[in-house]
Design a binder for this molecule. Sequence first.
Ligand SMILES: Cc1cc2nc3c(=O)[nH]c(=O)nc-3n(C[C@H](O)[C@H](O)[C@H](O)COP(=O)(O)OP(=O)(O)OC[C@H]3O[C@@H](n4cnc5c(N)ncnc54)[C@H](O)[C@@H]3O)c2cc1C
Length: 497
Amino acid sequence: MISSLALKKTMNPSILTRRDALKRLSAAAGLTGASSLWPRSAEAADNTAAPLTPRRAKKIIVAGGGIGGLCAAYELMKLGHEVTVLEASGRAGGHVRTIHDPLPDGLYADLGAEQCTKPGYERYRQYAHEFGLELLPYPRRDGEDRYLDGKLFSEEMLADRKVLSGLGFNDREAEYLSRHEWHDLPLLFFGPYLDSFKDEYQPFGVGLDDLDNISVTDLLRREHASDAALRYVGGKETSALYSLWHAAILKHRGVPMYPKELFRIKGGNQRMTDAFSARLGARLRLGCPITKIVRGDSAVTLHFQEFGEDKRMEADYLVNAIPLPVLKRIPVEPAWPEAKAWVIENVAYNMQTRVVFVARTPFWKSDGLKPHLSIGLNHLYHVWEMADEVPGDRSILIGSAAPGTTERQALDAYRSRYPGKSVEIEHTIAHQWFMDRWAPVCERESFRVGQLAKFIPNIMEPAGRIHFVGAYADNLNWGMEAATRSANRVAKTIHAL
Ligand SMILES: Cc1cc2nc3c(=O)[nH]c(=O)nc-3n(C[C@H](O)[C@H](O)[C@H](O)COP(=O)(O)OP(=O)(O)OC[C@H]3O[C@@H](n4cnc5c(N)ncnc54)[C@H](O)[C@@H]3O)c2cc1C
């Protein structure tokens, strides 16, 4: 039964119980346990004590000026706090980066993040609205043709039971795929489990904890999946509980497994991070790599460089918005608490090379083909069109490829798989993110077998006066979605301390 105080708290999240106050104190003293600042629900994640008014403006340093750090700083600034963002490189935005040069005719290309979904990305879309940035429909997955084992399949073919049987799917799977999207196949097996998760921030305690100790492949085998299903949706290393939870979060938010309602910012995604930067003004300090973090009981001290000089700055709180594989290279005193050190050491990210093709004409149109295609090669996974609203014949195709892919390899891969006659590509760019000293990674990987309980909730928990924001610091690992959600959560949490 719900107590009257609990009921009041539900109605008004600004009411602090003694237990809440103690939890917050323990959070300030060191890494907190599972019952601390980890939001109990999506709603709680949004409402973390936001209505509380601070007794005094707090001094906060944000480490890293990617979308997560900029967003956290912007929210803290709006709440009346004294914020400084220390960004190592000469530009803000991190993995959000749009290029205009050397592209011709006013074309532009996003080298990093470019798309958001709807539903999903509520905060990101809210900022687009607030900053007057136009979101354009981005039909890069509509009617997508894909290569499987070197053969090209249309969506219609992949809904044909005969074709599906030929690919090795059993009758149940073929029947399911004849009625559902190709990417929904996991739901045939996961579906019965998903409603067990009542709270999208809590994967444990719903009777499925043991599934963290088996892989997705093991779970699919239990469910009598065919070898074809194991091949396309299995995962020998990924925790089955992690995958179920991931699918449950999407279901909770009404987002499909492979969303097709996509949007991108007209003029490039960097207009979003530029808009945050412009509002932060001189609070954002570029060219200031952080070189050491000292965690004190009553303050955090940051050592950094500016114009080649060693400098120090002290603050009440630090918001870390540096990706964890980069953070782990920065010395910390005293060392991170054990649980946080494990997270920082073991988190895995995927990496990608962004490929940009400049086409003399939109040649796919004369071939009667769509510009987007799932290529399925390491040197080019997918390719699709962007900046299609820019007038003129010249067009841009962008794509993703394995790290280290060269321009030549990407173009050869495209030529080998494009099913039309004419490939009028006059210039190719391959942006190697892994060579970027400060922003070398892409998105957080799925957690491996047995790791969910070590990562959750520790990956989101503060360590004393240091809070964590970014693509890695939320329940769902979709880059800008996680970055903006975690930024809002942390801003409200610090405000309420
Ligand atoms: C090719 C590609 C495509 C992607 N597509 C999408 C997409 O369509 N949608 C989506 O949501 N996500 C996408 N992502 C992921 C998304 O870009 C990232 O997850 C997100 O931008 C990360 O934001 P962040 O603020 O957490 O970190 P980052 O962008 O990595 O920012 C961290 C910042 O910290 C700075 N820094 C590092 N070290 C230091 C230091 N010592 N001192 C001070 N500053 C430091 C870095 O310079 C950087 O600016 C894509 C990523 C890539 C690479």
